[in-house]
Write a protein that binds this ligand. Structure first.
Ligand SMILES: [Zn+2]
Length: 330
């Protein structure tokens, strides 16, 4: 799932391409994507984009008239940009892609995964979602009130201090893995970067938040910021002037995430995993759990009991939304 560093880089790339541009045409090709009926999405056509903003793991695009398009990529949603060099040739070129059979099947696959297309004078922005599950969502809302209703309410780690971070972290007695990835507690952190942060801070993913020492909390706070900053720098350098087309949760530069059984870059021990729900967390037993290799099953039980039933449940919750799990208790 694209997390804070990925979303920031997407937004920077979009700012360079669509800020101050008028949306000419929008096509929604998946019936599951758009979650709001009013205002209709076609209202955005003919309006200029005036601002882009991140809200947790969501990308928010503001149009003239204080209308916001809010996009949540969930796990497999990705954005793509196709520049119109000379517009007419480019459109014709697009049609020509379907001539060979390999090209045709590729084009069919892309078309099947494409959920929406936004056309601007300078290029076309499309949203795809790999796989068969349709989880990515789009909302069109009016003003900051509408935007606020979509805000899970998590703390922005770059806009807070240690004291506030500690308060939010220990507001409920969760495992560290759960607390870091709960969008109501912290903004923009998911499965991949929480693994990397916990490795950096040498903390166990199943340590309980209310049992941490103040020294451990400070280390976590500092490491959260340095880890996210390092990844933003890395992804920014990788994208360069191009559009970020290689957004993935698994990168060779990662220390533990997606590296089960590979050697730890710090101590050489084999990276371990704990499976829970439909997820897993990766950690180094030497660096993070005092050298103890704990039974996967026992850990899984502990994490699972601290976990909502599905990722959609965790991502879908909004602060104080009735009928769902409420905000964490003080
Ligand atoms: Zn290690």
């Amino acid at each position: 799932m694209p997390e804070l560093p990925d979303i920031v880089i997407y937004i920077e790339a979009l700012e360079q391409r669509v800020l101050d541009q008028t949306l000419e045409r929008v096509q929604i090709t998946s019936p599951f994507l758009l979650r709001t009926a009013a205002p209709p999405i076609t209202t955005l056509e003919g309006r200029k984009i005036v601002e882009l903003r991140r809200l947790g793991k969501r990308i928010c695009i503001s149009f003239e008239g204080d209308l916001w398009l809010v996009l949540h990529l969930m796990i497999a949603g990705r954005l793509h940009w196709k520049e119109f060099l000379v517009r007419t040739t480019s459109v014709r070129g697009r049609d020509r892609i379907g001539t060979g059979s390999a090209a045709r099947s590729n084009a069919t696959r892309v078309a099947k995964n494409r959920l929406a297309i936004f056309d601007f004078p300078s290029g076309s922005l499309s949203l795809t979602e790999a796989g068969t599950q349709r989880r990515a969502s789009l909302h069109v809302v009016q003003g900051s009130d509408g935007l606020q209703r979509l805000d899970p309410g998590g703390l922005e780690v770059f806009e807070t201090d240690l004291e506030n971070f500690a308060k939010v972290l220990s507001s409920a007695n969760h495992t560290l893995k759960r607390a870091l990835t709960d969008p109501r507690l912290f903004s923009g952190i998911g499965n991949a970067y929480s693994d990397e942060i916990l490795f950096g801070a040498r903390l166990s993913p199943i340590a309980l938040t209310q049992k941490l020492t103040s020294e451990q909390i400070k280390r976590l706070f500092d490491t959260t910021r340095t880890t996210l900053t390092r990844w933003m720098d890395l992804l920014r350098a990788e994208a360069g002037n191009g559009f970020p087309e290689k957004v993935t949760a698994f990168r060779p530069e990662m220390a533990v995430h997606g590296r089960y059984q590979k050697p730890c870059s710090r101590c050489g021990a084999k990276i371990q995993r704990i499976r829970y729900a439909s997820n897993e967390t990766n950690y180094c037993p030497n660096c993070q759990t005092s050298g103890k290799l704990l039974a996967d099953r026992a850990l899984s039980r502990l994490l699972r009991s601290d976990w909502p039933r599905s990722i959609d449940e965790l991502e879908g919750i909004r602060s104080g939304e009735p009928g769902k799990e409420g905000p964490p208790k003080e």
